[in-house]
Design a binder for this molecule. Sequence first.
Ligand SMILES: [Zn+2]
Length: 189
Amino acid sequence: MNRSFYLQLVNPWHPAMEIPDSSQLAAPHPDYPDILMESRAAQALKSLLARLDAFDRIVPVSGFRSHQQQQKIWDDSMKENGYLFTKQYVAIPGCSEHETGLAIDLAANAPDIDFIRPDFPYTGIYGQFRALAPSYGFILRYPAGKESITRISEEPWHFRYVGVPYASIITNRGLVLEEYADSNKRSVS
Ligand SMILES: [Zn+2]
């Protein structure tokens, strides 16, 4: 996979274009073999969790999803939660970062984990994870205060792999991926 794959912008106006095949997927957490990411992203997350010795406290909730799986999550949420909630927290099928294998939803390990809005705190080991994430290639994709740009409500649990050093550049500049993609476009033209 090349650099443009890892930096691809996926949102309602930019569908997921490049989808890894099954040979390019791997499990970032050994206790959750069915939750997969693109293999380089998976390796990066695994290294970060190993560094924090956090495999028992930080668990993956959702990683790679096929288009059909994203469609099912959307349909189920529409039935259960209605349109207003669903469009805030569930990406339109075809336009989810989870379809690229570059996104992961994480939770604090607990008996009842909410699948759509898992609890991933800002303090303790979770805060340490957040502080180290950019140096492992991960950004917090939907931060508070950027909803007018991302059109997704704050999601403290959703991390997106963009690679090193881009995650640090994006995080240090306080940007979301839409803004970073836009600033790159401007500097090229
Ligand atoms: Zn997510």
